[in-house]
Design a protein around this ligand. Structure first.
Ligand SMILES: Cc1ncc(C[n+]2csc(CCOP(=O)(O)OP(=O)(O)O)c2C)c(N)n1
Length: 323
């Protein structure tokens, strides 16, 4: 077990609370018609991005998904610039041209969210290849992906190369039981998606994705293995998609009461006190204050985003192609 200090535990909670507040704010504003495009929320899955990114250094890299706000926050993105990006403003991380699904921030190793399901494996594996063969440093790269994405051929190509060449990449499967309207059992024969790791001779571990300490532990081990030059690890984090596939999804394919019961039973924020490692304790009031501070911080981020300008139309192609 990785040792966690009280300060680290507080930081875990703070990150999860920030992600939750961010997502709740985005949901409200999207439904009010203030945000352009399309948004997918990470509510209920916060412990995964938080636990994984906590085990990374600032110069390590992540490849995210269409459900990527939580990964970006956990990797250390500035929430004001993130919110401005989602509002399509020029002060945004990608000057308003990436939006929710193509947000990136290279200075913190956030290589990008990705609207292409299963589009991240080869980018993360390529980044790991560059670390090992070109830059010759010990930077690790992580790719997050869903259960639906795990069925794309791109996974198998990347996993094979990563394992054969012992590349420092970590495959993090967010097994939230749904791929859009499709329950994973109807498309996936294996009991655990991480069982597929055996086929590539890499370790495959299952963790409770609602427990940030368990996720962190698995990540610490995977990162150490990658830095030692021993190659990739597959971490499957069991979770549940609490929100609709996208904001505005009428969710006709499942029962809201069942989802709310699962959220009640597994919410990584409300169950935090019950999973603390031995020797660490918090008062509920301390946690409540962290949540309130996170809400305040995100309220300011939204105000900032609203106050920013849209990019000038003449800039529409700047940064879109490499010069
Ligand atoms: C290559 C490709 N195929 C299909 C889609 C449409 N699509 C967007 S999200 C999604 C479901 C993804 O499910 P999963 O990978 O389990 O991630 P989750 O949404 O559950 O986080 C689909 C099919 C897409 N964006 N890209």
């Amino acid at each position: 077990m990785a040792t966690v200090t009280k300060e680290q535990a507080r930081k875990f909670y703070e990150t999860m609370a920030t992600i939750r507040a961010f997502e709740e704010s985005v949901k409200r504003d999207f439904l009010a018609g203030e945000i352009p495009g399309f948004v997918h929320l990470y509510i209920g899955e916060e412990a995964i991005g938080t636990g994984i990114c906590a085990a990374l250094r600032d110069d390590d890299m992540i490849e995210s998904t269409h459900r990527g706000h939580g990964h970006c926050i956990a990797k250390g993105a500035d929430v004001n610039a993130m919110m401005a990006e989602i509002f399509g403003k020029k002060e945004g991380l990608c000057h308003g041209k990436g939006g929710s699904m193509h947000i990136a921030d290279f200075k913190i190793g956030m290589l990008g969210a990705n609207g292409v399901v299963g589009g991240g494996y080869n980018l993360a594996t390529g980044a790991a290849l560059a670390s090992k063969m070109v830059l010759k440093n010990d930077r690790v790269s992580v790719v997050f992906f869903g259960d639906g994405a795990s069925n794309r051929g791109t996974f198998h190509e990347a996993a094979n190369v990563a394992a054969a060449w012992k590349l420092p990449v970590i495959f993090v499967n967010e097994m939230n039981c749904w791929a859009s309207t499709t329950p994973y059992r109807t498309t996936t024969a294996v009991e655990n998606i991480s069982d597929r790791a055996k086929g590539y001779n890499m370790p495959g571990v299952v963790v409770n994705g609602q427990n940030v300490f368990e996720v962190y532990d698995a990540a610490v081990e995977a990162v150490a293995r990658a830095r030692r030059g021993e190659g990739p690890t597959f971490i499957e984090a069991k979770t549940y998609r609490i929100e609709g596939h996208f904001v505005g999804d009428p969710e006709k394919y499942r029962k809201k009461e069942e989802t709310m019961q699962i959220f009640h039973d597994t919410d990584p924020l409300t169950h935090f006190l019950g999973i603390l490692p031995e020797g660490i304790s918090f008062e509920q009031a301390e946690l409540d204050q962290i949540r309130a501070d996170a809400v305040e911080k995100i309220k300011k981020a939204k105000e900032y985003a609203v106050s920013c300008e849209y990019p000038d139309p003449s800039e529409y192609i700047t940064d879109v192609y490499v010069d």
